[in-house]
Design a protein around this ligand. Structure first.
Ligand code: SAM
Length: 202
């Protein structure tokens, strides 16, 4: 377990909803909802955090949700309890998953790979537990291609990486480097966030 990352997010837990629950999160909500509407079969949700995303999950799904931070998951508890379906919550580091190979039909992530310390290794770990032909759906902060935003995000990352995320990652390239086939990328909000759909080759 990566105790440094865990401690960083445990510390962020009490104020996370105030910092993240408004503003951008409200604007992203319809895009997250559209992505999560693809949920089907046996699902792994990486980085449940305080569970802000749960409201946008379709009902009656069978979801295993993990996060490295027990304190984030503690805040998520009432949202998990209110979900109309199954959410099985576990503390786990994406780099050290103890699920069997080929366990899940689909994996979803939301604002995660800006925070995972070794993103390609984390993605390789996800590929292992996904069934061949299974789908990875991501909603992620990434570096923007557009100059003012690219510059701004590089600058912001100098600060944000101390408390949590790095806003300028090359996540599409990382997904490819981890052995997935990219099926679809949607650049949202001047490319500051993206939705990505990829598959584990059969
Ligand atoms: C920016 S928050 C996003 C939470 C939630 N998905 C949302 O959008 O509200 C990032 C989350 O990633 C989790 N995380 C960071 N590194 C992780 C790792 N190595 N394994 C599992 N979870 C991790 C953190 O604990 C935190 O809850």
């Amino acid at each position: 377990m990566d105790n440094v990352t865990r401690a960083k997010w445990d510390k962020a837990a009490p104020t996370f909803d105030i910092m993240a629950g408004r503003g951008a999160e409200q604007r992203w909500r319809p895009f997250k909802q559209a992505l999560f509407n693809n949920m089907d079969g046996k699902i792994l949700f990486l980085a449940l955090g305080t569970g802000l995303d749960i409201e946008t999950f379709p009902p009656q799904k069978n979801i295993t949700a993990i996060d490295i931070s027990p304190k984030m998951l503690e805040v998520a508890r009432p949202r998990v309890a209110a979900y109309d379906g199954e959410i099985d919550v576990k503390v786990a580091d994406v780099h050290e998953l103890d699920f069997a190979d080929d366990s899940f039909d689909q994996i979803f992530t939301s604002c995660t790979f800006c925070s995972v310390p070794r993103p390609v290794e984390g993605l390789i770990s996800l590929r292992r537990v996904l069934k061949p032909g299974g789908e990875l759906y991501m909603f992620e902060h990434t570096g923007s291609r557009y100059y003012p935003f690219k510059f701004m995000m590089n600058l912001m990352t100098l600060l944000t990486r101390r408390i949590g995320p790095e806003m300028n990652r090359t996540t599409v390239a990382n997904v490819r480097a981890a052995g997935f086939e990219i099926q679809e990328v949607n650049n949202l909000f001047m490319d500051v966030v993206k939705t990505i759909r990829a598959i584990k080759p059969a």
